[in-house]
Design a protein around this ligand. Structure first.
Ligand SMILES: [Zn+2]
Length: 476
């Protein structure tokens, strides 16, 4: 394709902006991409992709675990390939900025999609033409995007569109999650689909209530739950959890580490055949949900490894050296604060809240605890419903309900519903002001009568969770 003058201008303008930005201390990470797309239009993004990426691109999407999975994939691939990347800021502007920043063999991009209009997944697919799309899991999250309510069905559809028109390549999906499995099932005709999942008896979660079949909308039957909607499921219509190509066959958790075994066979593009993976890993005790992130990233790397004979050694040398630093800033963490164990971090959907609670309970070993619950906003009743299911399952000894988003009134309303459910709770209103919310959360922690305090739910990732953590850590 001949490169137009407009393209050349857009590229050099974008690049210039990028160089300029290196001297700025804060903000504007995605600005060069924004400039490029403003001048040249998203419909011409493919010219830049072809110009800058030699081998191909990998897109990572899902509800939870995107950032961690993407970070792990980037780390692994960077050992063998020249990589350009975008992680954490998962917009098309960040992706374009990464393309402008350097030419590379492989592009690795986290891509979060809340809805079709803003995420434009079909356009991103068409323009980036990924060689691989990785799905972590799909559960209900904040369904309101810029004031417009988005149904869970539309949310799934938006994620589906990221791989829907792929003519070849690899789609990697979580077999334990019915929604990602359904996406995989529908790609089997034209792509290589790789399913990853758990095959362990000692990891089980309480059922979270009804999960609908993505094929026929009837409730699925679960014979085992690993974590929330992830488990072994089937439906009358014939839809069921597939046998994973690669799986975690052993999980052993101690206070200081998690030992796991990954086994299976995955398609490798370089040998054009299936290669065996069989490796024992020792990980930091960062929770079950991160084992899924390890499995998803290890699977992706195995598909593209240029030295399949050494795959087990390479995986071990990376994962055995992981620390908690791999996790993103708003992440859930357990810290010692004034003789208390405090677990805190973002949990802005049922899935994430449950993962946080499980990690905390594993640490405090069923001792009594207070739960400071930070609520969703107006129009986020679905999130609240999912949160409520998880909270009822765990039934904390005492709950303080605080507003996590803008509306204090809706937080009170959620509190009243919790009280009706018989939960032992109280309401603590704090107006919408980050400074006040941070200080009040710290005060509540200090004056809690419990030695163990769990603080999670909705809230600003950096502006609230990271700040509270920082303050507690520096005020031991
Ligand atoms: Zn069905």
């Amino acid at each position: 394709m001949a490169k137009t003058l407009k393209y050349k201008i857009a590229k050099s303008m974008g690049k210039l902006t990028y160089k300029g930005l290196k001297y700025l201390l804060t903000g504007g990470k995605a600005y060069p991409g924004y400039i490029y797309l403003r001048i040249n239009g998203v419909d011409n993004l493919n010219t830049l992709v072809k110009d800058q990426i030699k081998t191909g691109s990998i897109l990572i999407t899902g509800t939870n675990g995107k950032t961690t999975t993407t970070t792990m994939i980037i780390d692994l691939f960077s050992r063998d390939f020249n990589v350009t990347k975008s992680v954490d800021n998962n917009t098309i502007y960040a992706l374009t900025t990464a393309l402008l920043s350097k030419s590379a063999d492989i592009g690795i991009f986290e891509y979060g999609i809340r809805d079709i209009k803003h995420g434009q997944p079909h356009i991103v697919q068409k323009q980036v033409q990924p060689m691989c799309v990785v799905y972590t899991n799909i559960s209900r999250e904040h369904t309101q995007v810029l004031g417009v309510k988005n149904s869970f069905k539309d949310y799934i559809k938006a994620k589906t569109l990221l791989s829907k028109d792929m003519k070849d390549g690899i789609v990697i999906v979580n077999a334990d999650d019915p929604n990602t499995t359904y996406i995989g099932n529908n790609k089997e005709d034209n792509c290589t689909v790789i399913y990853y999942g758990f095959d362990v008896d000692n990891i089980s979660d309480k059922s979270i209530g009804e999960v609908l079949c993505p094929n026929c909308d009837k409730p699925l039957t679960y014979t085992h739950n690993f974590m929330n909607q992830r488990g072994i499921y089937e439906c009358d219509c014939g839809f069921k959890r597939p046998e994973p190509d690669i799986k975690v066959t052993h999980i052993d958790i101690t206070d200081t580490q998690m030992n796991i075994t990954i086994e299976g066979n995955v398609y490798n593009v370089n040998t054009q055949s299936k290669i065996p993976v069989n490796v024992d890993l020792t990980l930091p005790p960062f929770g079950i949900y991160n084992i899924y992130n390890v499995l998803a990233s290890a699977t992706t790397y195995a598909c593209y490894s240029e030295t399949p004979d050494e795959i087990n050694e390479k995986l071990a040398s990376y994962y055995n050296n992981l620390t908690f630093n791999i996790l993103p800033p708003g992440r859930f963490e357990i810290i010692d604060y004034q003789n208390k164990k405090v677990g805190l971090g973002q949990g802005d959907n049922g899935d994430a809240l449950n993962a946080n609670a499980n990690l905390f309970l594993q640490e405090i070993k069923s001792k009594p605890y207070e739960f400071i619950y930070s609520t969703p906003d107006v129009n986020e009743e679905e999130i609240f419903k999912d949160h409520l299911e998880v909270i009822k399952n765990h039934n904390p000894d005492f709950i303080t309900v605080i507003p996590g988003r803008v509306s204090v009134d809706i937080a009170r309303n959620y509190y009243e519903q919790m009280k009706k459910e018989g939960l032992n709770c109280t309401f603590y209103p704090i107006e919408y002001d980050f400074e006040k919310r941070i200080n009040e959360i710290i005060k509540l922690t200090q004056k809690s009568e419990y030695d163990n305090v769990l603080i999670t739910g909705c809230g600003e990732e950096q502006a609230v969770w990271d700040d509270v953590k920082h303050k507690l850590k520096n005020d031991l």
